[in-house]
Design a protein around this ligand. Structure first.
Ligand SMILES: Nc1nc2c(c(=O)[nH]1)N[C@H]1C(S)=C(S)[C@@H](COP(=O)(O)O)O[C@H]1N2
Ligand SMILES: [Mo]
Length: 373
């Protein structure tokens, strides 16, 4: 047997039965949406396996889609086979190809922009559209999976090989990036591309969804420090420039990162200025038995995020970047600098710092809708 037919034979053995291909595509797309969304919250290098899983699954989808198209492609190309559901199939295919293509181009480090969207944002858009499309598409030709399609040992081997081949392909791609010295080789483990330079002009101004407040006047500006603290206070803009400096990496989920020197006040010092965190029983009033656990940072727009107290104390409320006073777009007079957290958690235009006892579930919604009328 020559090498060609050997590889062909191996590929044939790897190919799941038709119904299993369909169900696997559905499961892989759902898994991609989940790993993709969860990866948005990961900023520490130990989180790398999640990103690798996302890439391996994506390459798995390429293989599954190739098998599927080899089987049913004629239903799309031969007009006599068109049915009402064909339009949906085509739409689903377009979304799938769009997601795959943007993902693949992204790993090569190409920095194409569609207006102010990075290719990674377009990838996310296609991916989010793909989930309901795949679900609707599956519903038009629903067939329950059968036990014979997922015979245990073969299934386990098949999917292990598929994912391992996906991871190996990604590893090869990285080697190609390094060898060809493409921009892709400078990417972080999160996939983000570097933005070099220092200060306000060195990195983009990014609002997560719709936040776009008017510039804040420094004179009337006050920062409230309250909640479970001993002596709630209001500080003005110059109180905040307390001369603490820290280098930290901002990694935005739209696919870029930058390392900057941030200046401002340590949040721990800020809480000390308010008499310190009040232990349970120390605050007057009805909620005196609350145990302080989180510090919540709220923007003038309502956008907000909380950090566990210990982490918050070491975070910075920044007034400066790269030695310059923060520009309005980057969050003046003060923005949160939360090392190891993804960019969307670095609240800009902070007007309130509040010690709380409870986890703030609402922040997940508020960051998506703040800024809308
Ligand atoms: N109030 C507020 N803070 C915000 C955002 C926002 O939309 N509103 N966007 C976040 C996102 S998604 C990122 S990546 C960083 C970007 O900071 P930059 O605009 O200074 O680059 O700010 C974060 N802070
Ligand atoms: Mo972001």
């Amino acid at each position: 047997m020559d090498v060609r037919s050997r590889i062909g034979g191996a590929l044939d053995r790897l190919e799941p039965p038709p119904r299993a291909v369909d169900w696997s595509l559905f499961a892989f797309v759902v898994a991609e949406a989940m790993t993709g969304l969860v990866s948005f919250t990961v900023g520490v290098p130990e989180g790398w396996p999640l990103f690798w899983l996302h890439r391996a699954l994506g390459i798995g989808i390429v293989a599954l889609l190739a098998w599927k198209l080899a089987r049913v492609g004629r239903r799309l190309t031969d007009p006599s086979l068109w049915r009402r559901s064909t339009a949906l199939s085509v739409l689903t295919l377009v979304a799938a190809l769009g997601t795959l293509a943007t993902g693949i181009v992204w790993v090569f480090g190409l920095d194409v922009r569609l207006s102010y969207w990075t290719l990674l944002s377009v990838h996310v858009g296609f991916g989010l559209a793909l989930v309901p499309l795949v679900a609707a598409h599956a519903a038009t030709r629903f067939r329950l999976p059968r036990r014979v399609d997922f015979e245990r040992r073969r299934t386990a081997i098949r999917y292990t090989v598929l994912l391992a081949a996906g991871a190996a392909t990604y590893r090869l791609q990285q080697a190609a990036n390094d060898a060809l010295d493409t921009a892709g080789s400078d990417r972080r483990f999160t996939g983000s591309q570097p933005r070099e330079g220092e200060g306000n002009g060195a990195f983009p101004i990014t609002s997560w969804v719709a936040d776009d407040p008017d510039p804040i006047d420094r004179e009337p500006y006050r920062l409230m420090v309250d909640g479970l603290v001993v002596d709630p206070i209001a500080l003005n803009a110059s109180d905040l420039a307390a001369g603490h400096e820290t280098e930290a990496l901002l990694d935005c989920t739209s696919g870029w990162y930058t390392v900057q020197e941030w200046g401002g006040i340590r949040v721990g010092d800020l809480l000390d200025a308010a008499g310190g965190v009040a232990a349970a029983g120390e605050t007057p009033g009805a909620d005196s038995d609350r145990e302080p656990a989180y510090v919540r940072f709220t923007s003038v727009t309502g956008y907000r995020w909380s950090l566990p107290i210990e982490e918050a104390e070491d975070a910075l409320l920044a007034t400066h970047v790269g030695g310059e006073r923060l520009s309005h777009g980057h969050g003046a007079p003060a923005r949160l600098v939360a090392p190891d957290r993804r960019g969307f958690q670095w609240v800009k235009w902070v007007t309130r710092v509040e010690v709380r006892s409870e986890y703030d579930l609402g922040q997940w919604v508020v960051t998506l809708v703040s800024g809308f009328e």
